[in-house]
Design a protein around this ligand. Structure first.
Ligand code: SDX
Length: 432
C-alpha cells in the first residue's frame, strides 16, 4: 500500500496521514483517524475528492477517457466478448474459460424466470406507471420470494442472490413493458441467449413465432456490456451504502435503481431523447446551446458532461458506431434525431463554454437513439441501463461484503443549524 506520509498541520498540531498507492490512478490519503486525532471532519459534498472504498473491479481515467473492467479496455470487451462473460469477469475477476462459460451461462439461464406471484404485485400498478417505479419495487420485492439467498454471510447464498438478480432483471423489465401496453407477459426461452431472450420477451406475442434479429441481439448485448459497471458512481455507491448495513442484495439493488433513475445519472438517456425531440430541428440547436450555458436556465445539455470523464466517454464512442449499425440494419436511412445529435455534438465540441469545462458526450447521448430505432419506448431506456448495471452493482456489493475492512457507512456533517435552546427561548450553554 506504500509507505509515504502526508503531513497536515492544524491548530499547531502536525498530523501524519498514511498515503496508499493503488495499481492505477490517484493515490489516497487515509483520513480515517483524522477526527479522533484532530477533532476535525473533512468536507467534500458530492465526493469530488473522496475515495469511498478500495476496489479491484473497474478503473476509469477521466483525463484519458479510459474505462477498464478488471484491466480490460471496454472497447476490447465490447468487440470480443458477450454480456454474460463480462458478468463473470466482474463477479470473479476473470473471463470464463469454455467450461466455466458453459456452467455460468446455464446457471444464468435457469434463473431467468420470475416467481409467478410477482405479476400480481405488478398488476397492482396503473398501466401508465413509469416502468422505473415498478422496477424499484420489483427488484427489492424479490427478497420476499427468495428466502434461501438472503443470508449475506453465506458465500453460496450471496452467489445465488447475484445469479437471481442479474438473470431476472430482463424478465421483470419485459414484464413492465408488456404490462404498460396491455399485452400478455412472455416467459423466458431457455434456448435463447441473454440479450436475444430479453428482446424476445419484449416483442414476441403468444399469437405467432417471433425471431429476434441477430444484429439487434448483438447490439443489445454490446450495450449491456458498455453499461455493466462504472466504478463508484451514484447508484453503485448507493448499493454499497445500503449493503454496508447488512441489507439483503435485492433491497440494495432496489436502492441502486432508485438512484439510477435521476436525470443527472441513468435517467439521462430518457432525458436525451426528450431533449432531441424538443430541439426538433437542427436550426434550433444554437438556441438550446445558449440555454445550456445560461445559469438562470435550468436546461442542461443532457447526455453531455461527466464527473469523471474530461474527455470523450469511451462508451459513447462505441455507442455512436453501434447506433449507425443498428439504423443501417433496420434500413432507417434518415433518423432526424441522429442528425440533430451529431450536429449538436459538433457545435458543442467547438463552443468555448463546453471546451473550457471539458464537457463531452457521455454514455447516455447515443443510447436512446438506438433504443428508439429498436422500437423501445423512452420510458424503458433507464430500465435497460438498470438491467446492465445490475451485474456491476452485485459485483461491487459482493466485493464490499467480502472486504474484511468493511464497516457500516456513516458520514458526518458540517452542522450550521440552530444552537441548543430551550422552549422558553433561553440558550443552552455550550460545554467545553
Ligand atoms: C451517468 O458517475 C458515473 O459514472 C455516471 C455514469 C455511470 O456509468 O454510472 O457514467 C452514467 O450518469 C452519465 C451522466 C449522465 N447525465 C447527464 O448527461 C446529465 C447532464 N450532465 C450534467 O448534469 C453533469 O455533467 C453531470 C451531473 C453528469 C456531472 O456534473 P458535475 O460533475 O457535478 O459537474 P458540474 O455540474 O459541477 O458541472 C461543471 C460545470 C458547471 O458550470 P460552472 O458552474 O463551472 O460554470 O459544467 C457545467 C455546469 O453548469 N455543466 C453543464 C453540463 N454539465 C455540466 N452545462 C450544460 N450542460 C451540461 N450537460
Amino acid at each position: 500500500m506504500g509507505d509515504k506520509m502526508a503531513t497536515l498541520t492544524i491548530d499547531g498540531n502536525e498530523l501524519q496521514l498514511p498515503v496508499y498507492n493503488g495499481s492505477e490512478g490517484p493515490s489516497v490519503m487515509d483520513i480515517s483517524s483524522l477526527y479522533k486525532d484532530s477533532g476535525y471532519f473533512t468536507y467534500d459534498p458530492g465526493f469530488l475528492s473522496t475515495a469511498s472504498c478500495e476496489s479491484s473491479i473497474t478503473f476509469i481515467d477521466g483525463e484519458k477517457g479510459i474505462l477498464r473492467y478488471r484491466g480490460y479496455d471496454i472497447d476490447e470487451l465490447a468487440e470480443n466478448c458477450d454480456y454474460l462473460s463480462t458478468c463473470h469477469l466482474l463477479l470473479y475477476g476473470e473471463l470464463p474459460d469454455a467450461a466455466q462459460k458453459e456452467w455460468f451461462d446455464r446457471k444464468m439461464t435457469l434463473h431467468t424466470m420470475a416467481h409467478e406471484q410477482l405479476q400480481f404485485m405488478m398488476r397492482g400498478f396503473p398501466r401508465r406507471a413509469h416502468p422505473m417505479a415498478i422496477m424499484v419495487g420489483a427488484a427489492a420485492s424479490l427478497s420476499a420470494f427468495y428466502h434461501d439467498s438472503l443470508d449475506i454471510n453465506d458465500p453460496e447464498q450471496r452467489e445465488l442472490a447475484a445469479f437471481r438478480m442479474i438473470a431476472k432483471m430482463p424478465t421483470i423489465a419485459a414484464m413492465c413493458y408488456k404490462y404498460s401496453i396491455g399485452q400478455p407477459f412472455v416467459y423466458p426461452d431457455n434456448d435463447l441467449g441473454f440479450a436475444e431472450n430479453f428482446l424476445h420477451m419484449m416483442f414476441a406475442t403468444p399469437c405467432e413465432k417471433y425471431k429476434v434479429s441477430p444484429i439487434l441481439a448483438d447490439a443489445m448485448d454490446k450495450i449491456l456490456i458498455l453499461h455493466a459497471d462504472h466504478e463508484q458512481n451514484a447508484s453503485t455507491s448507493t448499493v454499497r451504502l445500503a449493503g454496508s448495513s447488512g441489507a439483503n442484495p435485492f433491497a440494495c439493488v432496489g436502492a441502486g435503481i432508485a438512484s439510477l433513475w435521476g436525470p443527472a445519472h441513468g435517467g439521462a438517456n430518457e432525458a436525451v431523447i426528450n431533449m432531441l425531440e424538443e430541439i426538433e430541428n437542427v436550426k434550433n440547436i444554437p438556441e438550446f446551446i445558449e440555454r445550456a450555458k445560461d445559469k438562470n436556465d435550468p436546461f442542461r445539455l443532457m447526455g453531455f458532461g461527466h464527473r469523471v470523464y474530461k474527455n470523450y466517454d469511451p462508451r459513447a464512442k462505441v455507442l455512436r458506431q453501434t447506433c449507425k449499425q443498428v439504423l443501417e440494419e433496420l434500413g432507417i436511412k434518415d433518423e432526424p434525431l441522429l442528425d440533430i445529435a451529431v450536429e449538436l455534438e459538433k457545435i458543442a465540441l467547438e463552443d468555448e463554454y463546453f471546451v473550457e469545462r471539458k464537457l463531452y458526450p457521455n454514455v447516455d447521448f447515443y443510447s436512446g437513439i438506438i433504443y428508439k430505432a429498436m422500437g423501445i419506448p423512452a420510458s424503458m431506456y433507464t430500465v435497460l441501463f438498470a438491467i446492465a448495471r445490475t451485474s456491476g452493482w452485485v459485483a461491487q456489493w459482493k466485493e464490499m461484503i467480502e472486504d474484511p475492512k468493511q464497516k457500516i457507512g456513516r458520514p458526518r456533517q458540517l452542522f450550521t443549524g440552530p444552537e441548543g435552546r430551550h422552549l422558553d427561548g433561553s440558550v443552552i450553554r455550550k460545554t467545553a
